[in-house]
Design a protein around this ligand. Structure first.
Ligand SMILES: [Zn+2]
Length: 141
């Protein structure tokens, strides 16, 4: 932050002038200014950190919002992505993980078993029957 650096340089110059002219009153004021300068510099750093964290949160929220538009909750309890379905991909996602933590976790086993399981929270989903697997894999999707 160059304005802060410039200000610090000016404070040092005034400090040197106070020493040069042996003005005790100004020297003491300069020390007070310098202390306040350090306080302000610390506050600026805190505000910058907070701002960076808020930007990250906003980015994450917009990403989640976009992702959410792509999700469809299947009647059997898991999510699928519209965009993947359009590309002919069949990936089942854990509804618990998305609803609780906004993490999109694929189900292990996916369409290959009637009991796909979340690779993160280990929730087991029960597909209705074997015919559903066929439907998911071909006609239905
Ligand atoms: Zn899960």
């Amino acid at each position: 932050m160059s304005a802060l650096k410039d200000l610090y340089d000016i404070i040092k110059e005034v400090k040197n002038l106070a020493e040069q002219y042996q003005n005790q009153e100004i020297a003491e004021k300069v020390i007070q200014i310098q202390e306040k300068f350090f306080d302000i510099r610390e506050e600026v750093e805190e505000v910058k950190d907070e701002n960076r964290e808020l930007k990250e949160t906003i980015n994450q929220m917009s990403y989640d919002k976009e992702l959410e538009k792509d999700l469809v909750l299947d009647e059997q309890g898991f999510y699928i992505r519209k965009s993947e379905k359009e590309q002919g991909k069949v990936v089942l996602y854990c509804a618990a993980c998305w609803n609780n933590n906004h993490k999109l976790m694929p189900l292990m086993g996916g369409v290959k078993t009637t009991r796909p399981q979340c690779c993160s929270c280990h929730t087991v989903y029960k597909l209705k029957d074997d015919r559903n697997i066929g439907r998911i894999a071909s006609d239905f999707w």
